[in-house]
Design a protein around this ligand. Structure first.
Ligand code: FES
Ligand SMILES: [Fe+2]
Length: 332
């Protein structure tokens, strides 16, 4: 896993004035809002006897441990030990790690690392979040494998008409060849644009938005280190933008949280139909991702075989390795 990056760890709407535990990067964090509504992020482990602070309660901007009631401020410092006599000194070590957080694009982002966040890669841009013509839905899926495999799955277009042949992939010609494509490299990510001619009706609900005769679909797939993917699909009825964070709970478990925007059929009452379609697609990907050996992408680029349509995943593997080896250190 990579450190010195911003990690989108939860939807903004899921964090309230009650403590909430987040599992990520083989660790546990507790998140809550202070009286101004700002997010506080602390390590979810009391320095006294290790109890989970997330099972405690909030007092003004501080959190009380559920075991012996020690009180911790939003900067992690202990401000009260109930069993101490009045005026007793609070040990300096009575302090939990606190983390820098940002709330952006509907997600809570935790900065995890030991460098100043300003010197580190920024949160990738998502200008679509404030576009009034786009309607969002939020959904998630847990996959029992390493996040590098699920991220790579999300930027792989050659699997679409194989894995998703019973859903939206049905509209692609079977055995469709990948035409010329070009990779755009960015500082912390890369994108690829692929056009598909002759897209016809997919299986499922989306077929109502595709012309009966064949049509053109334009897509753009992107990744941003360490764990973000973005998919844009343009077709006659409008466009779909899918933004996903592949949260590494631990080395073998990933929680994918996504926001999907659509420019057509934007009625909120239609959201369950789109969520149902996305759930089916997520389950199709989950089966394949969980079957992959090894669970993380191999460190050695030569240990799996690559072809023309793997260009973006190869770019991801190179970015990932470079950052593991040169700039940033591995967690643990
Ligand atoms: S374990 Fe938290 S106060 Fe004792
Ligand atoms: Fe897929």
């Amino acid at each position: 896993m990579l450190k010195n990056f911003w990690y989108a760890c939860e939807f903004s709407s899921a964090v309230t004035y009650k403590p909430k535990q987040i599992q990520m990067l083989n660790q546990k964090f507790v998140l809550y809002r202070n009286q101004k509504g700002q997010i506080v992020a602390l390590k979810d482990q009391c320095p006294h006897r290790g109890a989970a602070l997330s099972q405690g309660w909030i007092e003004e901007d501080s959190i009380r441990c559920p075991y012996h009631g020690w009180k911790f401020q939003s900067d992690g410092k202990c401000s009260d030990i109930p069993s101490n006599k009045p005026k007793a000194t609070i040990p300096n070590k009575a302090c939990v790690d606190s983390y820098v957080v940002q709330e952006e694009y509907g997600f809570i982002w935790i900065f995890y690392g030991d460098l100043p966040p300003e010197q580190c890669p920024p949160i990738p841009l998502l200008p679509e979040f404030t576009d009034p013509n786009l309607h969002p839905i939020y959904y998630e899926c847990k996959v029992n494998t390493n996040y590098t495999r699920t991220l790579e799955n999300a930027i792989d277009f050659a699997h679409i008409y194989v894995v998703h042949n019973n859903s939206f992939g049905k509209g692609f010609k079977r055995g469709q060849k990948i035409e010329q494509h070009e990779i755009e490299l960015e500082e912390w990510g890369a994108s690829i644009k692929v056009d598909f001619q002759n897209y016809t009706k997919p299986n499922g609900f989306l077929k109502y938005f595709i012309r009966p005769s064949s049509s053109k679909v334009t897509s753009k797939l992107s990744f941003y280190l360490p764990n973000i993917n973005k998919l844009e699909i343009h077709f006659a009825a409008g466009k779909i933008i899918n933004f996903g964070t592949h949260i590494p709970i631990d080395d073998n478990t990933t929680l994918i949280k996504r926001i999907q925007f659509r420019s057509f059929f934007t009625y909120p009452w239609a959201d369950p139909l789109f969520k149902k379609t996305n759930f089916k697609v997520s389950m199709e990907d989950k089966v394949v991702s969980e079957s992959q050996i090894p669970q993380a992408i191999p460190k050695d680029l030569g240990s799996e075989v690559h072809v023309y349509s793997d260009a973006l995943s190869l770019a991801y593997r190179k970015f990932y390795q470079e950052n593991l080896e040169k700039l940033w250190k591995q967690i643990n």
